[in-house]
Design a protein around this ligand. Structure first.
Ligand code: ADP
Ligand code: MG
Length: 260
């Protein structure tokens, strides 16, 4: 049997007396698009930060393709093929769209931007191919400062893909986007998962987006995984309904996929 792309065992993070993430074990299969949902403060970002090396777990372990990566630095984990997109976009506003991707490609190849006088010519074709993949080729020469928010997020995805990650972690990739843009970005992500075999773990507020695209869903509440399964299983789970009760809109999304 092949190893999961990413696996946690008993992952735990305590902030003082608060168990932000409490004994969380899960596996992300190869080529899976897995959603981690839960109310604000459930521990999703804390979980992501441990997977990416930003936070050291209090207990438990993280395995990447079978290798223990617990406690490694963010840089090490990134170099081992775990890519990420950020809750806040991390692009260089003063550079053009394609320059941002070229810089990511230079970094991926261990090259340093400033010591290459002809850096603007390097990796242009590959950068253009990545921009095409995310539907940003027509905007390649625009400065990032003038981009619409949704376009910045698509650029950010191209930058993450420049590193050819085997696992991609997306913490609220569609935060701040209009509903139509959210669906489009996750559709794009789903296409990339299918075409490139990348394994993706993502968090997302918008249940329409989650239900339309996730292969499987895990629900976190107060640091604990309370449910896991496909869309129908999670939707019908009484514990999940209890957590989201009062949220109101969460289960009002029947037919989300058809409306996309
Ligand atoms: P989510 O991403 O699901 O909204 P978080 O992981 O950001 O949740 O937060 C989980 C809990 O941990 C919250 O109660 C939050 O206030 C707390 N928390 C997060 N980061 C820290 C920190 N660095 N120090 C103390 N408490 C934190
Ligand atoms: Mg969060």
């Amino acid at each position: 049997m092949t190893n999961p792309a990413l696996e946690t065992k008993g992952l735990t993070k305590a902030f003082g007396g608060l168990m932000a993430v409490d004994n969380v074990s899960f596996a992300l299969a190869q080529g899976e698009l897995l959603a981690l949902i839960g109310p604000n403060g459930a521990g999703k970002s804390t979980c992501f930060n441990m997977l990416m090396g930003q936070l050291r777990p209090t207990r438990g372990s993280v395995h990447l393709n079978g290798a223990d990566i617990t406690g490694l630095s963010p840089r090490r984990i990134w170099r081992m093929g775990v890519g990420r997109t950020f809750q806040i976009t991390a692009t260089y506003a003063s550079m053009t769209v394609i320059e941002n991707v070229q810089m990511a490609l230079l970094s991926h190849h261990g090259q340093v931007f400033r010591i290459f006088p002809h850096a603007h010519k390097m990796h242009r074709d590959r950068a253009m191919a990545l921009l095409e993949m995310v539907g940003m080729a027509a905007q390649a020469e625009r400065h990032c400062a003038v981009l619409a928010y949704g376009d910045l997020k698509r650029l950010e995805l191209a930058i993450a893909l420049a590193h050819e990650p085997s696992v991609l972690l997306m913490d609220e990739p569609t935060a701040g986007m209009a509903p139509r843009e959210r669906i489009a970005l996750m559709q794009l992500t789903a296409d990339i998962v299918r075409d490139k075999g990348v394994s993706v773990l993502f968090t997302e507020h918008d249940m329409d987006v989650v239900f339309a695209h996730a292969h499987r869903i895990m629900v976190l509440n107060r640091g604990q995984l309370i449910a896991e399964g496909n869309v129908a299983q999670v939707r019908e789970d009484p514990r999940v309904q209890e957590v989201y009760l009062g949220g109101g809109t969460v289960f009002a999304s029947e037919g989300a996929a058809e409306n996309a």
